[in-house]
Design a protein around this ligand. Structure first.
Ligand code: LHQ
Length: 259
């Protein structure tokens, strides 16, 4: 359900249930989580690329999984979030390596919000983002209320979430929800090249940079200045900093090892 390939420091995780627009069942949750855990644990992984197989990126939860017409007690969706979505969101945000997301087609429900949790999001021109939850009586999850409110502010966040109107990729970029729009047939190559260049970068410094920018949301300026001091101290001791400066002085390209 998730294809996982490590090449040149990039762990490419491809959501792979194209006949269901890569909606999440339990197996796909567990496979994605395994991939993200590997990204945390394996030094050979220096960047992650997340994308989807087929014409969609991810349609959120598989709504066929718990058919209410079949009866039985109401499902505990809080448990579903606690056991499956929330750990994945936390793994993406806490990974101190860049996560690139290539949104190859429609991203609905939790599928959209997982994309918004990634570090650099590229979307195919034909892609669209849908806060589909309102259509089925749910609330946005997978961090959506947090990222939409923070990135867009209340007026746009509320309108998207309350109407479930599709947001075209182009507008998502204009609004700062994603990094950029790429022509459909160029998306994967461009996202892969970006992930490869990040994977060849100074991983320790990039990871600390990610941490700093995320912490800024809740830190005061004083706290953030202290954190920048501490992270810069750590970065300054890295082999990649020595290599970066040496390469600059020798007028050549640096060869970073990620340490
Ligand atoms: C699907 C799905 C799908 C199953 C397309 N499930 N089959 C968290 C906690 C716990 C529980 C609940 O949820 C959550 C988080 C959530 O994510 S809730 C939101 C769940 N997602 C949705 O409500 C989106 C449902 N899908 C759609 O609205 C449409 O499929 C979109 C707008 C994504 C795409 O529309 P189209 O391009 O017109 O494609 P389609 O609708 O024809 O879908 C293609 C196939 O994929 C189709 O199957 P079929 O056998 O008829 O070809 C769909 O049934 C299937 N599919 N999404 N979520």
């Amino acid at each position: 359900t998730v294809t996982s390939v490590l090449a040149d420091g990039v762990l490419t995780l491809t959501l792979n249930r194209p006949e269901k627009l890569n909606s999440f069942n339990e197996a796909m949750h567990l496979a994605l989580r395994d991939g993200l855990r590997r990204a945390h644990d394996d030094d050979a992984v220096r960047a992650v690329l997340l994308t989807g197989a087929g014409r969609g990126f991810c349609a959120g939860q598989d709504l066929g999984d718990r058919d209410p017409r079949k009866g039985g007690p109401a499902p505990d969706l809080g448990q579903t979030l606690e056991n499956f979505y929330n750990p994945t969101l936390r793994l993406i945000r806490s990974l101190e390596k860049p996560v690139v997301c290539a949104v190859n087609g429609v991203a609905a429900g939790a599928g959209a919000n997982i994309a918004f949790a990634c570090d650099i999001v590229l979307a195919a021109r034909s892609a669209r983002f849908i806060q589909a939850f309102a259509r089925i009586g749910l609330v946005p999850d997978a961090g959506g209320t947090w990222s939409l409110a923070r990135i867009l502010g209340e007026p746009r966040a509320k309108a998207l979430a309350l109407t479930a109107e599709p947001l075209p990729a182009e507008r998502a970029a204009e609004w700062g929800l994603i990094w950029k729009v790429v022509e459909d047939d160029a998306l994967i190559a461009e996202a892969a090249a970006l992930a490869a260049s990040l994977a060849a970068g100074p991983t320790l410094g990039l990871g600390l940079t990610k941490r700093l920018i995320q912490q800024a949301a809740t830190n005061t300026l004083d706290e953030q200045l202290d954190l920048e001091r501490d992270c810069q101290q750590q970065a300054g001791r890295s082999a990649d900093y020595a290599e970066g400066v040496t390469a600059f002085l020798e007028k050549r390209k640096p060869e970073f090892t990620g340490k």
